[in-house]
Design a binder for this molecule. Structure first.
Ligand code: 2P0
Length: 346
């Protein structure tokens, strides 16, 4: 029995202007735009192989060797949209095999802790969507694929692009304008580096999906953030990236992380994603910047305690070196992570 096959990598992206809050929970339409940096696939990525065959009984997905439930509305939305695009290919070319009718087997592996605030769902859904798009030989652009991946997990739309990536919140009710876009390729600012400190590899207590809706429902600070803080920051962040102005990038990144975690604390009941190790990392960055006399490193935390610290390659010794001298033998941290393009490597 013939088996059709395609594989892809998708990178992790770490937001510097955070997505938090949905105006439509079914389509994952956000209450504010966001912006992220795509990290190197050597260090943080999902590898996914999609196959389809009439010998399979049903659609299936395994992640790191264990079976996943794919009956959820989000995964189903991605599969439905991809099959619909494949049907268009089949309708236009009568010789094209009817792959849209065959069960899919999707096999994914992460090379980093899953669901611990390291954007695993972002890389996961981006890889799933692109692997199936490759399998189906869809003529779809990254923009179209980002619209599909967004329905799997909001932040996944940003992992279809490399370098510096925006996600415009969009205005339309059907979500067709809520897509990712390239702010600048990785090559625009090649000396950008990231350090990841895994403060805990445990699965987080409050999922992003649940947490952000609690915030939307209960935090007044959140309303202010979405309406008045983020729109200005998106513009300022795009300018900082275009100008390669690291100090402006650093100030905006740390402020936005702190503002996002403040809205989590302002949620009823309050949500704590950062822990004592996270706060120690904040203090270390503050001390490094004070010693340098300017911002040479920028910390950010997602929906978990793990720190991501951005810095420039020239400051590797002053930033990563300082972390190394303190953390020494501690496992679970890695520096000198480069930004990357969204390569289609096999
Ligand atoms: C971000 N996070 O912009 C923000 C910062 C976490 C904190 O995107 O419900 O897993 O699947 O759309 O994408 C995490 O949210 O949530 C996230 P869903 P997602 O990266």
């Amino acid at each position: 029995m013939e088996i059709h096959k395609a594989s892809t990598y998708a990178p992790v992206n770490i937001a510097v202007i955070k997505y938090w809050g949905k105006r439509d929970t079914k389509l994952n339409l956000p209450t504010n735009s966001s912006l992220s940096v795509t990290l190197s696939q050597d260090d943080l990525r999902t590898h996914t192989t999609a196959t389809c065959s009439s010998s399979y009984q049903h659609d299936s997905l395994t992640l790191n060797g264990s079976d996943q439930d794919i009956s959820g509305a989000r995964t189903q939305a991605c599969l439905r949209e991809l099959r619909a695009l494949r049907q268009e290919v089949e309708a236009q070319d009568s010789n094209a095999p009817k792959l849209s009718e065959l069960p899919l087997k999707i096999v994914s592996e992460n090379n980093f802790p899953t669901a611990a605030g390291l954007a695993s769902s972002a890389a996961g859904f981006a890889a799933l969507v692109r692997a199936i798009a490759n399998l189906y030989q869809l003529p779809a652009t990254p923009t179209v694929l980002s619209r599909i991946a967004r329905q799997g997990s909001g932040s996944a739309c940003r992992s279809l692009f490399g370098g510096y990536v925006g996600w415009q919140q969009g205005e339309l009710d059907d979500g067709s304008d809520s897509v990712a876009y390239e702010v600048a390729p990785a090559s625009h600012w090649p000396d950008m580096r990231a350090l990841v400190l895994v403060a805990s590899a445990e699965k987080k207590d409050v999922s992003s999906t649940a947490g952000m809706q609690q915030t939307v429902a209960s935090s007044a600070l959140f309303q202010y953030r979405a309406e008045h803080v983020v729109p200005k920051r998106m513009k300022a962040m795009e300018k900082a990236i275009h100008d390669r102005n690291f100090e402006a990038f650093a100030v905006l990144t740390t402020k936005d992380s702190n503002n996002f975690h403040a809205t989590c604390l302002d949620t009823d009941p309050p949500i704590f994603y950062m822990n004592d190790t996270s706060r120690a990392a904040v203090r270390m960055c503050e001390a490094i910047n004070k010693a340098a006399g300017r911002a040479i490193c920028a910390y950010t935390f997602d929906a978990g305690p793990n720190a991501v610290v951005y810095y420039l390659a020239d400051d590797e010794a002053r930033v990563a070196g300082t972390f190394k001298s303190v953390l020494g033998g501690v496992t679970g941290w890695k520096s000198d992570i480069k930004t990357s393009d969204a390569l289609e490597g096999m």
